[in-house]
Design a protein around this ligand. Structure first.
Ligand SMILES: [Fe+2]
Length: 353
């Protein structure tokens, strides 16, 4: 995408983020951040009358000695040694995160948001950013999904592959990821489009069966052999399967030596009608895999860090499944991967316009 087109695209997203004249905007970068995204941010923000500036920090390897490849955990360590920079970021109106690993799960992010700044992570390839821009209709369907989750006592999930799972939603922390941040203290990732509940209760039981074609993040890998997560009392008790997928998941989780890694984190569904299940096969590791996480009608579950249950962990799986049926208090919301709840259904269910 050429520079002018990219700046115009960024302006659309910043308009969703309600950037106004006079706002101070910090753009957090590391040496490997894409220069074209920095230039597009600076140009479009300046043309909107905001006051953007770049903060460049050195990318240093993490200091802990956990024998794990911690890529894709969304917990960049670039702010760890710069408390004065963290303080400065919290005083800005908007912080643009152009780090490759992302600051979403970094402890410093909570300080920045508590300071009042809103934060936007920009990470996907440019054509995905363009395709996944927010729409007013989708925002409504995401907000309505959060309302539905808020009224429900229990989510149950089934699939032909063998999933039989239930989670008590009482006390859950609900999030609607709309893909832009317009309010003070809000965090967003450009391209998101899903509803999720961070489960507080330990009343979570059953089997989630990953079928061929489901996706395991942060491996950025499609499942090639059926793999079963057995949940008992809110925690993964066993990961079973004869194939490579189960072996990789078990090895990665075990190496963190962290009980919390096995706890349920969030459960929910994708609402992005322009999210593409196949995108990851082309983008590979150039992307954080937003398409795969948000495509419409997926059942997305995750393990590890969970604010609602007050569990910290750096081992975090996001696993979107296709062809599942999701029920709230017995009422179907998604049937075999298709949204059926009338209040969150699109007028036309065609996969792409
Ligand atoms: Fe997650």
């Amino acid at each position: 995408m050429d520079d002018v087109a990219l700046a115009a695209l960024f302006q659309k997203e910043f308009t969703w983020c309600r950037v106004i004249a006079g706002e101070s905007v910090a753009i957090v970068t590391e040496p490997a951040s894409p220069g074209s995204y920095l230039a597009a941010s600076l140009a479009s923000l300046a043309s909107m009358g905001a006051r953007p500036f770049q903060v460049m920090l050195p990318a240093t390897p993490g200091t802990d000695d956990i024998p794990v490849v911690a890529l894709g955990s969304g917990a960049s360590t670039i702010l760890a040694d710069f408390p004065h920079v963290v303080e400065l970021l919290g005083k800005c109106d908007l912080v643009i995160d152009l780090t490759l690993e992302g600051l979403v799960h970094s402890p410093e992010t909570q300080t920045v948001l508590a300071g009042g700044a809103r934060m936007l992570w920009i990470r996907e390839p440019a054509d995905a950013l363009a395709r996944l821009l927010p729409t007013a209709d989708r925002v409504k369907r995401i907000d309505r999904s959060v309302e539905l989750l808020g009224k429900a006592r229990e989510m149950t999930v089934t699939s032909k592959a063998g999933t039989r799972f239930r989670a008590n939603l009482e006390g859950a922390l609900l999030t609607g990821s709309r893909g832009f941040c317009a309010e003070r203290g809000r965090w967003a990732h450009w391209g998101q489009g899903l509803a999720a509940a961070y489960v507080k209760s330990l009343d979570v039981d059953g089997d989630i069966v990953l079928d061929v074609g489901d996706i395991v993040f942060p491996f950025n890998r499609y499942v090639e052999s059926r793999t079963t997560f057995r949940f008992r009392r809110g925690f993964v008790e066993a990961i079973e399967g004869e194939g490579l997928d189960a072996a990789l998941i078990r090895d990665y989780m075990e190496r963190w030596r962290d009980e919390n890694a096995y706890g349920i984190s969030h459960v929910g569904w994708g609402l992005h009608e322009r999210g593409l299940w196949h995108a990851l096969s082309l983008y590979g590791n150039t992307s954080m895999g937003l398409d795969g996480r948000v495509f419409e009608g997926n059942f997305l579950f995750s393990t590890g860090p969970n604010h609602a249950a007050e569990r910290q962990s750096r081992c975090h799986f996001d696993i979107p499944l296709r062809h599942c049926s999701i029920f709230l208090d017995g009422v179907p919301v998604v049937l075999e991967g298709v949204i059926v709840e009338p209040s969150i259904k699109r007028a036309s269910q065609a996969p792409l316009r």
